[in-house]
Write a protein that binds this ligand. Structure first.
Ligand code: SF4
Ligand code: SF4
Length: 438
């Protein structure tokens, strides 16, 4: 979970909000997702790519020891510039470590940080093990909690099942309510797959209207069909999202969001896109030209190039023998990040929406272009459609921000358009058939 530059809440373009600190030659920010339980989880979600990773560490207990915890925090926090530093926990299911582990982690981190640093603690969880004690800790230290929900229970329970194959939505919703009762900041992470891909508005309205969620991330499930669990092969399981349906899903949610929810509901995908229309780097690594500054730390100190490439070829080393800073700056990691740009097929390099898409994540680049070049993103059809679809409204919002106004003023622009006037988005259609009042 990366920390987004938020453009859509009532805030102008952040010109001076970059972290203040030493010159960048001294400390270069990077992100780490720490996995204190490795891939171990109390659930058995059918599409989860982490579960197969147990085979990387046969016989392991998969628990981060306290001395490694301290070593990690010292190296990571010490390497980061002044300003906000995100300390991010993920799994598997990190709450399996127990609340005392995180109490110690927060105390250690607070003891390590420099006066000019502010810690933003984040944790990604399935929510099923949360208790009042957990939520008190999360609220006290202002954690941003990502909770995985795939929509209304009948959609969520299709693949997000427990070890006996049973539904999990009741337990997840109990966890969510506890978080909300304690005033914890919650971000819903919703994976989009074969079971919910055709229900975009049911999913979005459920989060907004029934759960009261104001921060949402949509993640496409692209699950390779192979025995290794690694990013290999060119076929996907039937649980995977269909590329065209992925685009249609995003477009349907966007169309509702842009006329009524800009500024009140934060959708990471849309905010990331708006950054691209404002000529800023996207807040999402998948849409940037290069990557390589978001790494994954295993429970034993092994550092991998990315959370989606926890596999032997992408192991950089162990932070107890080589420092994290050296591993991040290593030629191997530099090459990993640069390859995102260097391996783009010609079709992407000449694509009209490349500035926003950049070929998305290399993990999904396993199909052929129409003229047979390898390395096209499996989701290309969806992204091409989506980024083209949002061009008009994005230009409007980017224009507002450049004028020192607010992105959410777009709602008023659309509302003011006469039903039979041309839509302000520039589509050429009448407003009533586009973003205006129907
Ligand atoms: S491989 Fe994909 S998810 Fe990983 S850092 Fe690069 S773009 Fe981001
Ligand atoms: S939309 Fe398709 S062709 Fe265009 S940059 Fe993205 S993946 Fe490449």
């Amino acid at each position: 979970m990366s920390t987004p530059i938020q453009l859509t809440p009532r805030r102008p373009v952040p010109g001076s909000s970059a972290p203040q600190g030493p010159p960048s030659t001294m400390r270069v920010p990077f992100h780490v997702l720490a996995k204190p339980t490795g891939p171990i989880c109390n659930l058995d979600c059918e599409y989860c790519f982490f579960l197969s990773k147990e085979s990387l560490y046969p016989g392991d207990r998969f628990r981060m020891a306290d001395d490694l915890l301290e070593e990690y925090l010292r190296q990571f926090i010490g390497s980061q510039p002044d300003g906000e530093v995100t300390v991010a926990w993920q799994g598997g299911e990190p709450t399996l470590m127990g609340v005392d582990f995180f109490r110690r982690a927060v105390e250690m981190a607070e003891g390590i940080r420099r006066p000019g640093q502010r810690l933003q603690h984040t944790i990604q969880t399935n929510g099923t093990l949360l208790t009042d004690e957990w939520c008190e800790l999360l609220a006290r230290h202002r954690f941003l909690v990502g909770i995985s929900i795939d929509g209304p229970p009948e959609l969520h329970d299709r693949y997000r099942v427990d070890k006996r194959g049973g539904p999990t939505s009741d337990k997840v919703l109990r966890g969510l309510r506890l978080l909300q009762a304690h005033g914890v900041d919650v971000n819903v992470l919703c994976t989009v797959h074969a079971a919910n891909q055709n229900r975009p508005l049911d999913v979005y309205r459920y989060f907004r209207d029934e759960l009261g969620i104001t921060f949402i991330q949509f993640i496409p499930i692209v699950e390779r069909e192979n025995e290794t669990g690694f990013q290999e092969g060119d076929t996907v399981t039937d649980r995977s999202v269909d590329p065209v349906a992925w685009g249609t899903f995003l477009e349907a949610v966007f169309d509702e969001w842009v006329v009524r929810d800009v500024g009140t509901v934060f959708v990471q995908m849309f905010d990331g896109a708006l950054a691209s229309w404002c000529d800023l780097p996207s807040s999402m690594c998948i849409f940037r030209e290069t990557c390589g500054d978001a790494l994954a730390l295993e429970h034993n100190g092994d550092l991998y190039s990315c959370d989606h490439f926890v596999e032997p070829d992408h192991l950089l080393g162990n932070i107890t023998t080589t420092t994290m800073v050296e591993l991040v700056a290593s030629p191997k990691q530099k090459a990993f990040g640069q390859a995102k740009a260097d391996t783009l097929p010609a079709m992407c390099r000449t694509c009209d929406v490349r500035f926003a898409c950049n070929g998305e994540c290399p993990r999904n680049r396993f199909t052929l272009t129409p003229d047979g070049e390898s390395g096209l993103n499996y989701l290309c059809a969806g992204y091409l459609s989506f980024f083209t679809h949002i061009d008009g409204p994005m230009k409007l919002m980017a224009g507002l921000l450049r004028d020192g106004r607010y992105a959410d003023e777009i709602r008023g622009v659309f509302a003011a358009a006469g039903r039979n006037e041309p839509c302000p988005c520039g589509s050429g259609r009448k407003a009533k058939a586009c973003h205006g009042q129907r």
